[in-house]
Write a protein that binds this ligand. Sequence first.
Ligand code: URA
Length: 199
Amino acid sequence: MEITWNGIESHIAGCAQCPLSQTRQQPVMGRGNHRADIMLIAEAPGAQEDQQGVPFVGRSGEILDSLLQECGLTREEIYITNILKCHPPGNRDPREEEKEACFPYLKYETFLLKPKIIVCLGRVAAQRIISPDFKITRQHGLWTCRKDCALTATYHPSAILRDPSKYESAKKDFCEIVKKRDEFIPGGHKPGGPTGADF
Ligand code: URA
């Protein structure tokens, strides 16, 4: 089977692999530049994302945009997705079986994107992607390498909303992410491709 962005999107649109398909308004596919070097992976869509079908459109999206802006990044040059594509009712933590049911979609997105840098936003993503015992408070901003991809984690924007004192640490982490990108890809990043308009 050929894996394509359109193919992933239509699978996600009709997905009923876990009970969240019964309670969601709509699934939320990753968004952004399909030629991005940087992939952000968060936890799961919130209530507003569930309504609009786009990641990080709520208040945590404002925090994310502010962090991106402070270090000179825009949504148009990165790709943002979630471990779960459907909103867990009441914003509860994703369940193991939900994460496992949804994981193939993340694998397909990563396969197509081939990011140079993966940034986990928050504990849930970091524990699923980097290490099951990842401690976000102690280990945010640290780097690890897998194949030719550098991985790191920082605070989830919702955690910053709850505790604004985390903002400065997250800002430093994001500035390091840009430095790492510039080290990895001397002379600049991949030229801008379509920004999600092809799906
Ligand atoms: N929180 C997440 O983890 N993902 C979103 O898309 C929005 C809020």
